[in-house]
Design a protein. Structure first.
Lengths: 289, 358, 260
C-alpha cells in the first residue's frame, strides 16, 4: 500500500518537475537559450493566480484565464527586454542573465506579495479521492490531468500546426529559416510566451497543494536536472525525467536517511551524466570539422 | 598613445612592459601595503575580504575565463576549503600546513568534478557542477560529527610567527600576500605552455587535440588548480566569518563567485580585481542604499540577491566584456580623441546555428 | 618504407559508407594530393589520420608506428600536424599565441616550474619564440603578429593555420583544402610557400585540394577518390585524364562524349 501511495505522490510531484522542465526544453529547442528562471516564472504565475482569485476574488476559471494571459504577456516582455539584446552572445552569457533574472524575480515577488506563504483557494481545494486503499487529493489529480492535457496539446501543436513546424525549423538553423520566410524574431518571442504560459499552468496547478512563497522557484533547479536526465532538447524526455526524479525522491525520503531526498535529483543527474550523458532521449551534439 | 620599440623577445615575455606600467603598479602596491595606516579597522577587514575573493577569483577565472569550463558550483570548493581548514586547525595542525591540506583536499574534489568535464561541455557541465555543489552542501549539513551540521562550527584561532589571524592588520597582510602569490602564479602560468593550453581548449577543443594538448589532462588540471585556489580562499574566509554554517556556501554563493568574474571581465586578470572589489563592497553599497530607501522598500525579503541579479542583467546587456572591458574602451576613447569612431566596438548580431545534429 | 601507409581503411556513418577499403602510401619528401568530388571522403581520411574518427577496420602506419591505437592528442608528438577546411583557430588569442600553442608538443618544463617561471621556462619560451618567428618570416605574417585572430581576413587565417601547424615542426603536414576561400594571388603565393615548406623545411605534405592548377603545380603524386573508394593514383596529368576520374567529376556526360 505504502509503495503505491508513494508512487501516486511521486507522479504528482514528478508532473510538476516535468511541467517546468517542458518550459526549459521548449526555449532551449527553439533558441538554444537555457532559461534558468523558469522556476521563478512558475512562482510568479502562482502569485498572479493568487492575486486574481484570492485578493480580487474573481471566479476560479476567469482567474486562471487571466493568469495565463498575463504570464504570456510577461514572457513576451521578458524576451523583448532582456533576451533580444543578447542575440548572438555566447549561450553562457544568456544563462548567466537568466540566473540574474531569477534573483530579480524573487526580489520583485517578495516586494509585491511579501515573504509569508500563501495558499491559493480552489473549488476542489481539500477534497480527496478514495481509490481502495489509496488516497489521492484532487489537487494532485488536477496536476496529473493538467499535465497530460498540456503534453497532448504541445504534441499536436508541434506535429500539425504551421507555427509549431516553423518553430522546429527555426531551431535547426535560424538563418535558413529566415531565408525560407519564417519570421524568426517573432517566433522566438512566441516561444517565450508559450514557455511562460506553461510556467503559469504549473504555478496554478502547484499552488493549491503547496504553499506559495518567493522561494518555491528553487524547485526549478530540480526540474532542470529532470530536463537533462530526459535528454535536453526532448519534450517527452523532460516529462519522463521529471517523473523519474519525482518518484525517486518520494522513495528516497522514506527509505534513505534524512537529507537524501533533497539530493536524489542531483545524484540521479550525476549518475545519468556519467552513464549516458546525452540523456534518456538523446539529441545528439557533435561539432563537425 | 605610447609606442614601444621592442628589440628583444624578452620584452614580450616581461610581466610589466614599460616604465609607465612599473610606476603605476608600484604605486598601487604601495597603496595596498599602506592601507592599514590609511583606513580604519572595519574597512581594512572588508579589504581582506576583497583579497580573499580575489584569490577565489583567480581560481574561477582560470577555469571559466581561460579554460572555458563553466562552473556553477564553486561555493562547494570554498566550503571544502573552509571546513577542512577549520577541522585541521581544531586537530592541532598549524596555520600554513592546514591551509595546504585544505587546498589539496579541494584540488582532489576538483579532479572528481573534472571527470564529467571530460565527457560534456557547456550547459551540461555547468549543471553537473551545480549538482555537485548541492550534494556537498547537503553533505555538510548532515555530516554533523565533523561539520556540526546546521548548528555550525566555530573557527579556532590560529597564528603565524606569534601573530594571530584575529589581528585585523596581520590578517590583511596575510591575505594580501597570498593574493599576490596566487596572481603571480596565474600570470606565470598564462605566459607558459600550460596556460596557453588552457586557452587553446577554451577556443577550440578539436584544434587543441591536433596540437598535442590532451583534453583530459588539461581539463583535470584546470579544475584541480581552480579548486585549490578556491579552497585556499575558503580557508581564509573561515577566519573572516569566524563561524561556519552550510548555508554560507549555497547556490547563491556559487553564483556570486561567477558574477564576480563576469562583472570583472572574462578572460582578463584585471577583471578578477575589479570583480573582487565589486563583490566585496556591494553589500556595503546595498546597506547604504537600504538606509536611503523608505522602510517599505528597504525591508523587501531577498533585496540583496535581487540587486545582484539586476546588476548582473545590466552588466551582461550593456557591457559583456565586464568592467575591465569598459575601462579599455574608455582608455581607447581618450587615446584616440577626437578621432574615435562611435561604432568601433559595435557588436555584431548573428543568427544562431545549432551544433546539434538533430 | 613509406612515411605513411594507409591500409584498407573503412568507415561508415550509420548506413552511409564514407570510406571503403582505401589504401595508399605517402613517401617521405613528396607532396601528395587527394582529389575527388564533394562527399568523396577526403576530409574523412584526414579525420581518421588525426584520430578524430575511429575507423571500422584498417590500419594507419606512420614512420613504422601503428597509429590506430593512439589517442588524438598523441598524434602531434608523432610528427603529424594538420589544418582544417574551415579553419579552427584559437579565436581569442593573438597570432603569436596561436603559433606558440603549436610549439606545445616540444615543452619540457613541469607545471610548478612554469608557475614560478624559472629560468628553464624562460629559456624555453625564448626558444619557442624563435621557432614561431622563423615561421612568421617564412609565411610573411609579421604584420599580423600581435593581432587577435577574431576579425582577421580569411586569407590570413588560412595562413595562420598553416603557420601554427608548422610550429609543431612535423615531418608530415596535412592540409585540408588550403586554397579554399583564397583569391587567385593568394593561391599563387600558397603554391610557392608549399614548395618552400616541402623543399627547404623537408616536410612531407599530404593535402586535400579542389584547385586542379594548384594540385598540378605543387604535387608529386595525386590520388583520386570518389564515394570513399580508390579511383586512380599517379601524376596530376595521369589522374586528370583517367576515365574513372572524368566519370566521377562529370558523370555519364564524359562517357557519351567518349563514345561520340
Amino acid at each position: 500500500m505504502d509503495a503505491l501511495q508513494l508512487l501516486v505522490a511521486g507522479v504528482s510531484q514528478g508532473c510538476v518537475y516535468g511541467l517546468i522542465a517542458l518550459g526549459f526544453v521548449l526555449i532551449y529547442k527553439a533558441t538554444e537559450v537555457v532559461n534558468f528562471a523558469q522556476g521563478e516564472l512558475m512562482m510568479i504565475g502562482a502569485f498572479i493566480a493568487y492575486t486574481f482569485i484570492n485578493i480580487l476574488a474573481w471566479p476560479y476559471f476567469y482567474g486562471v484565464l487571466a493568469t495565463l494571459l498575463s504570464m504570456a504577456v510577461i514572457g513576451v516582455v521578458l524576451e523583448r527586454l532582456l533576451i533580444r539584446p543578447m542575440l548572438g552572445e555566447p549561450p553562457f552569457a544568456v544563462l548567466m542573465l537568466t540566473i540574474g533574472l531569477g534573483f530579480l524575480l524573487r526580489a520583485v515577488a517578495g516586494a509585491i506579495w511579501g515573504a509569508e506563504p500563501k495558499t491559493l483557494s480552489t473549488p476542489y481545494a481539500s477534497d480527496v479521492l478514495q481509490l481502495g486503499e489509496i488516497i489521492v487529493g484532487y489537487g494532485n489529480l488536477a496536476i496529473v490531468l493538467g499535465t497530460g492535457v498540456l503534453c497532448l496539446a504541445l504534441f499536436l501543436f508541434f506535429r500539425y500546426s504551421r507555427l509549431g513546424i516553423a518553430m522546429q525549423a527555426a531551431s535547426q538553423n535560424q538563418l535558413a529559416a529566415v531565408y525560407s520566410g519564417i519570421p524568426v524574431a517573432r517566433l522566438v518571442t512566441g516561444v517565450w510566451a508559450v514557455s511562460a504560459l506553461i510556467a503559469a499552468i504549473a504555478g496554478v496547478l502547484v499552488a493549491p497543494v503547496s504553499l506559495i512563497d518567493p522561494q518555491i522557484g528553487f524547485i526549478g533547479v530540480k526540474a532542470f536536472a529532470a530536463a537533462i536526465v530526459g535528454g535536453f532538447g526532448s519534450l517527452p524526455g523532460a516529462m519522463v525525467g521529471g517523473l523519474l526524479i519525482g518518484i525517486a525522491e518520494q522513495f528516497a525520503g522514506l527509505y534513505l536517511p534524512p537529507g537524501f531526498s533533497d539530493v536524489t535529483a542531483y545524484i540521479i543527474l550525476l549518475v545519468m551524466l556519467f552513464v549516458r550523458p546525452q540523456g534518456i532521449f538523446a539529441s545528439m551534439m557533435q561539432k563537425k570539422v | 598613445m605610447r609606442f614601444l620599440k621592442k628589440t628583444r623577445y624578452e620584452q614580450d615575455i616581461a610581466l610589466l612592459e614599460h616604465n609607465g606600467q612599473r610606476f603605476w603598479y608600484g604605486l598601487l602596491l604601495l597603496l595596498v601595503l599602506g592601507a592599514p595606516f590609511l583606513i580604519d579597522g572595519f574597512y581594512l577587514g572588508e579589504l581582506s575580504l576583497v583579497a580573499i575573493y580575489a584569490i577565489a577569483g583567480c581560481g574561477l577565472m582560470l577555469l571559466v575565463g581561460f579554460t572555458g569550463q563553466v562552473s556553477l558550483g564553486h561555493a562547494a570548493f570554498l566550503a571544502i576549503g573552509a571546513y577542512c581548514h577549520t577541522w585541521c586547525l581544531g586537530a592541532g595542525v598549524p596555520l600554513l600546513p592546514s591551509l595546504l591540506i585544505a587546498m589539496s583536499l579541494s584540488a582532489a574534489a576538483g579532479m572528481i568534478v573534472a571527470l564529467p568535464a571530460l565527457r560534456m561541455t557547456g550547459i551540461y557541465l555547468a549543471v553537473a557542477t551545480l549538482a555537485f555543489a548541492v550534494i556537498v552542501e547537503q553533505g555538510i549539513a548532515h555530516w554533523e560529527s565533523v561539520t556540526g551540521g546546521y548548528r555550525g562550527l566555530a573557527v579556532p584561532d590560529a597564528s603565524l610567527f606569534g601573530l594571530s589571524v584575529t589581528d585585523t592588520t596581520f590578517f590583511y597582510y596575510f591575505c594580501v600576500a597570498l593574493m599576490l602569490l596566487a596572481t603571480l602564479a596565474l600570470l606565470n602560468l598564462l605566459r607558459s605552455p600550460t596556460g596557453r593550453a588552457f586557452v587553446a581548449i577554451r577556443d577550440s577543443e578539436t584544434s587543441a587535440q591536433g596540437m598535442g594538448i590532451g583534453l583530459a589532462r588539461y581539463k583535470t588540471l584546470a579544475f584541480a588548480l581552480s579548486a585549490a585556489l578556491t579552497g585556499l580562499a575558503g580557508g581564509l574566509l573561515a577566519h573572516k566569518i569566524g563561524y561556519l554554517a552550510p548555508d554560507a556556501f549555497n547556490l547563491i554563493m556559487s553564483i556570486q563567485l561567477l558574477l564576480m568574474v563576469v562583472v570583472g571581465g572574462l578572460g582578463s586578470i584585471h577583471g578578477i580585481f575589479y570583480g573582487a572589489l565589486f563583490l566585496g563592497f556591494l553589500p556595503q553599497g546595498i546597506a547604504l542604499l537600504r538606509d536611503a530607501l523608505p522602510p517599505a522598500l528597504a525591508n523587501i525579503p531577498g533585496l540583496e540577491p535581487g540587486i545582484f541579479g539586476a546588476l548582473l542583467i545590466l552588466m551582461l546587456i550593456v557591457e559583456p566584456d565586464g568592467l575591465y572591458g569598459r575601462w579599455l574602451k574608455i582608455r581607447q576613447y581618450l587615446d584616440e580623441f577626437p578621432l574615435y569612431r562611435a561604432k568601433t566596438h559595435k557588436r555584431q548580431k548573428q543568427f544562431l546555428r545549432t551544433e546539434r545534429l538533430r | 618504407m613509406s612515411l605513411l601507409s594507409v591500409r584498407e581503411l573503412s568507415l561508415s556513418f550509420g548506413g552511409v559508407r564514407a570510406l571503403s577499403d582505401l589504401s595508399f602510401d605517402v613517401e617521405k619528401g613528396e607532396v601528395f594530393s587527394i582529389i575527388g568530388p564533394n562527399g568523396a571522403g577526403k576530409t574523412t581520411i584526414f579525420n581518421l589520420i588525426s584520430r578524430l574518427y575511429e575507423p571500422d577496420s584498417g590500419r594507419i602506419v606512420f614512420a613504422g608506428e601503428e597509429m590506430t591505437k593512439l589517442p588524438a592528442h598523441r598524434i602531434a608528438a608523432q610528427g603529424i600536424a594538420r589544418t582544417f577546411q574551415n579553419t579552427e583557430l584559437f579565436e581569442h588569442a593573438s597570432v603569436l599565441d596561436n603559433l606558440l600553442i603549436g610549439c606545445h608538443v616540444h615543452r619540457q618544463t613541469s607545471l610548478f616550474s612554469q608557475m614560478l617561471f624559472l629560468p628553464s621556462v624562460r629559456r624555453q619560451e625564448l626558444a619557442f619564440r624563435k621557432v614561431a618567428e622563423d615561421v612568421i618570416d617564412l609565411l610573411d605574417l609579421a604584420a599580423w603578429r600581435h593581432q587577435v585572430i577574431e576579425g582577421l581576413p580569411y586569407g590570413v587565417r588560412k595562413m595562420v593555420e598553416i603557420a601554427r601547424a608548422l610550429c609543431v615542426q612535423p615531418s608530415l603536414l596535412l592540409l585540408d583544402e588550403p586554397s579554399s576561400g583564397l583569391n587567385p594571388e593568394e593561391t599563387e603565393d600558397l603554391a610557392f610557400w608549399l614548395e618552400d615548406i616541402n623543399e627547404e623545411l623537408g616536410i612531407t605534405v599530404l593535402m586535400v585540394e579542389h584547385d586542379m592548377n594548384l594540385v598540378a603545380q605543387a604535387s608529386d603524386r595525386v590520388l583520386a577518390v570518389a564515394d570513399g573508394q580508390f579511383l586512380a593514383l599517379g601524376t596530376a596529368d595521369e589522374v586528370r585524364s583517367h576515365p574513372d576520374v572524368q566519370r566521377a567529376y562529370l558523370g555519364d556526360a564524359a562517357d557519351s562524349g567518349a563514345q561520340a
